[in-house]
Design a protein around this ligand. Structure first.
Ligand code: 5SP
Ligand code: FE2
Length: 216
């Protein structure tokens, strides 16, 4: 599946960004929440997501790059997140937060930055619907994919099989028409793409090429 990130869209025209995503045949909308603390950038909060919600029937994949995500989770659930994904590095009680998100009937995910190992989140794998593997250091769009991060996707595929889990594996950062095939070969289920999607002149063609489809 393809999840365009509106981080790279024109923030003065986000309705158009959603329409572009819908018309492209992409699957999800990826919403990057940054607090200026966990990452050195600031984007938007729950009101933005709440206001966008009526304009899209797509799955809203909310990527929280914030300190203390447990304190903010409710606001994003109320705003209309379908997946609420927080960084394991930002939350000591990740297991408790995953349970809480599930108790609110929302899908729950964790994300890991490039310097975090899969081993460090192994105990959480039975409890998640998605793991978002960051393939750049979070905070900005338009960076280059760090190829070593793809090995974590391979590890997560293996652990999913041996553990009998059913989480989706997403990859986020530096995904474009050159890097997508490597991420898919490693086993990624969801490709997040910000700058490559929004700078593409032919967004439907871009989405098809990432999905490995031939255009007619
Ligand atoms: O979470 C983030 C950045 O921290 C991402 O979702 C970016 O929006 C991806 O942008 P590109 O690397 O695809 O330009
Ligand atoms: Fe993201």
């Amino acid at each position: 599946m393809i999840a365009p990130s509106i981080l790279s869209a024109d923030f003065s025209n986000l309705k158009q960004a959603l329409n572009d995503i819908h018309a492209s045949g992409a699957d999800w909308v990826h919403l990057d929440v940054m607090d200026g603390h966990f990452v050195p950038n600031l984007t938007f909060g729950p009101k933005m997501i709440h206001d966008l919600r009526p304009h899209s029937g797509k799955t809203f994949d909310v990527h929280l790059m914030v300190d203390n995500p447990g304190e903010l989770a409710d606001e994003y659930i109320k705003a209309g997140a379908d997946y609420l994904v927080f960084h394991s590095e930002a939350e000591i009680h990740s297991h408790r937060l995953l349970q809480y998100i599930h108790s609110r009937n929302i899908k729950a995910g964790i994300s890991i930055v490039p310097s975090t190992s899969v081993a460090s989140v192994k105990e959480l794998l039975p409890f998640i619907d998605q793991i978002l593997v960051m393939s750049v250091n979070p905070g900005f769009g338009g960076q280059s994919l760090i190829p070593q991060c793809l090995d974590k996707i391979r590890q997560l595929v293996e652990l999913r099989k041996t553990g009998g889990y059913d989480y989706l594996i997403s990859v986020d950062g530096g995904i474009n028409s050159r890097t997508a095939a490597d991420a898919v070969a490693a086993g990624a289920d969801v490709l997040v793409s910000g700058s490559a999607f929004f700078t593409s002149q032919d967004k439907a063609g871009f989405v098809s090429s990432l999905k490995g489809e031939k255009r007619v």
